[in-house]
Design a protein around this ligand. Structure first.
Ligand SMILES: *[C@@H]1O[C@H](CO)[C@@H](O)[C@H](O)[C@H]1NC(C)=O
Ligand SMILES: *[C@@H]1O[C@H](CO)[C@@H](O)[C@H](O)[C@H]1NC(C)=O
Ligand SMILES: *[C@@H]1O[C@H](CO)[C@@H](O)[C@H](O)[C@H]1NC(C)=O
Length: 154
């Protein structure tokens, strides 16, 4: 039996729609795999050249088993830019976290004007999938795309 779940995410998505995404990912993974077999990278980096931020180095010590209902891996990246009237600096990372998680809401929270703080989260559900940088470029693509269509076929 094949299921096709079509989720249409738009920037204007209400909180209710975000909950729908989160809950459907949570419920389907829980139903398909009663035992939690997920492994994620788990670490906290506070400088960009930390081995947590750059997983190309020996990272075996950062691999952890997820427990209970923490059935998603996530990367959360904190960064900032500063602007003058004519220019904006490239985003500078100041922290990055990888972990197992129960609830994960993908996307960015942005606060500030001249100095903007970004907290960008990405979520995934397969073992060791949270290797990405959670980079702002990806977040930007998401913002530019008016509608993202996500197909999950089980
Ligand atoms: C991972 O999540 C757990 C539970 O929320 C938390 O206690 C732990 O500090 C987190 N680990 C890191 C490296 O952020
Ligand atoms: C990687 O690190 C782990 C523990 O930190 C160590 O046991 C292992 O030998 C290392 N592997 C390599 C190829 O250096
Ligand atoms: C911004 O650009 C304008 C026009 O090019 C220039 O007159 C102004 O001095 C610039 N401001 C700064 C802070 O560089």
């Amino acid at each position: 039996m094949r299921f096709l779940i079509l989720l249409v995410l738009s920037l204007l998505a209400s909180e209710g729609e975000c909950d729908l995404l989160r809950d459907s990912v949570h419920v389907t993974s829980a139903a398909a795999r009663p035992n939690n077999e997920l492994w994620c990278y788990k670490c906290l980096a506070e400088v960009p050249d930390d081995r947590c931020a750059d997983l190309r180095h020996n990272n075996s010590a950062l691999i952890h088993k997820c427990h209970n209902d923490r059935r998603m891996c996530m990367v959360k990246r904190f960064s900032f830019t500063t602007s003058t009237e004519n220019s904006t600096t490239l985003p500078k990372m100041w922290a990055l976290e990888r972990n197992c998680t129960k609830h994960c809401e993908p996307g960015c929270i942005v606060i500030g004007e001249r100095t903007k703080l970004y907290a960008c989260t990405s979520c995934c559900t397969t073992s060791l999938c949270n290797y990405g940088s959670g980079s702002d470029e990806n977040a930007l693509d998401l913002l530019i795309m008016p509608v993202a269509v996500l197909l999950l076929s089980l």
